[in-house]
Ligand binder design. Structure first.
Ligand SMILES: Cc1ncc(COP(=O)(O)O)c(C=O)c1O
Length: 401
């Protein structure tokens, strides 16, 4: 039995949670003490630079830094740790793929396929590339319950589409993409597919070989790790054809004023002194999550969403967005009350939700709202959080009549 199945209070591992009803884990997850301690050690007794030092502590830090890369590779089922590029987060990972792969491989007349529910970080970098090269963007619609409509995708994709970029789990609706089917459809016309795994990696087990995508990105801070560090995974053969994203120290083979040659991937894409302590924190976060098990985390969060959905349905005039099966994320609207007012009143009762457009304005347009209220769960969430949310919403209703 896992800790979650035994009902252990994992929230006690998180000094930032306590008795607070933190329902904003999709924005950023709280950190377990084990991660905080690992970062403190990395900044304290273990601190040194990586890759350059000739002294023992630097050699040890380099070992830890590269061991973390192997851990990430194993965690997401990558074929090799050379396919793991450390980036600042999902946003930088998508920008890197857009800049180094798409802007060099796409030409005028090519097309890029996105979906209605994408986060702005999986829209804007593609718009920048499209403008640079003269490509066009098409948008896959959603099914009635807020999933990316793969039948529609199969019907609209053509051989002009060279890149498809889709979210694995929607940050607003919690809907889960059938990545394998999306990859098969993309590959059927020769397109590459990037999956934005920002909301998936903390919630469901992922395996690059099984998903069969070409690029995958995520951020450590949503996976109970630190901010400022994330991962771009890409197939080795794609990385080999990609020019550097940024120039500087570390990423070179040889520099002269006449010509510079570059290191192979992943080093070619990691210019400058890296986020050493961030990588150590990411490694500790993966250890923490793996000890619990992603299947247990997923089941736990789905149960909380199901409980919250059914309780909210019993309240008057609540509109729920997204499918019944959403992964740990529930957006809703209390009719007649702006989500910001909902969030402010809930906060008075110690319940923290997110209210706004969630960096998904095209999705808000599609839903016909300016904003939604969003409750998102983490592995530390429990029934008391759902109860506090429901009580808080009853209070909002009372105040607004
Ligand atoms: C689905 C999705 N994609 C991308 C991002 C961007 O992540 P970051 O800000 O960590 O780069 C987020 C963050 O909210 C997200 O939810």
């Amino acid at each position: 039995m896992t800790d979650l199945a035994q009902g252990l209070r994992l929230r006690d591992d998180f000094p930032g949670v306590g008795d607070w009803h933190y329902l904003d884990s999709a924005a950023t997850a709280q950190k377990p003490q084990a991660v905080i301690d690992a970062i403190a050690r990395a900044y304290g007794a273990d601190y040194a630079t990586v890759h350059r030092g000739v002294y023992e502590r630097s050699a040890n830090m380099t070992l830890a830094y590269e061991a973390a890369r192997r851990k990430v590779a194993q965690f997401i089922g990558a074929a090799s740790d050379a396919e793991i590029i450390y980036v600042r987060g999902a946003t930088e990972g998508i920008n890197l793929a857009a800049h180094s792969w798409a802007s060099t491989q796409l030409k005028a007349g090519d097309r890029i396929l996105l979906s209605t529910l994408e986060h702005h970080s999986n829209i804007v970098p593609w718009q920048i590339v499209a403008e640079q090269v003269g490509a066009q963007i098409d948008v896959v619609p959603l099914t009635q319950d807020g999933c990316i409509d793969l039948d529609a995708m199969a019907a609209m994709i053509t051989s002009a589409h060279k890149m498809v970029a889709l979210a694995h789990v929607s940050n607003v609706l919690g809907s889960v993409l059938d990545c394998r089917r999306a990859a098969d459809i993309a590959h059927g016309v020769g397109a590459k597919i990037l999956i934005d795994g920002c909301q998936a990696v903390p919630r469901i087990a992922v395996d690059m070989a099984a998903l069969d995508c070409d690029f995958y990105v995520f951020s450590a801070h949503k996976l109970y790790g630190p901010t400022g560090i994330g991962v771009l995974w890409a197939r080795q053969e794609l990385l080999e054809m990609m020019p550097p994203y940024q120039g500087g120290g570390s990423m070179i083979d040889k520099v002269t004023f006449e010509k510079t040659s570059y290191a192979p991937a992943p080093t070619r894409f990691e210019a400058g002194t890296p986020h050493i302590t961030g990588v150590v924190g990411l490694s500790a976060a993966i250890d923490y999550v793996q000890a619990i098990g992603l299947d247990a985390i997923h089941a736990h969060e789905c149960a909380l969403v199901a409980k919250a959905r059914s309780a909210l349905e019993d309240l008057n005039s609540v509109r729920l967005f997204g499918p019944d099966t959403s992964a740990g994320i529930l957006s809703f609207e209390l009719q007649g009350v702006h989500p910001h007012d909902v969030g402010t009143i809930l906060d008075e009762g110690g319940v923290a939700i997110r209210a706004g457009h969630h960096c998904a304005q095209p999705l808000m347009n599609h839903l016909g709202v300016d904003a939604t209220a969003r409750a998102s769960f983490g592995l530390y969430s429990d029934d008391s959080d759902v109860d506090a949310l429901v009580q808080g919403l009853a209070r909002v209703r009372k105040i607004f009549g």
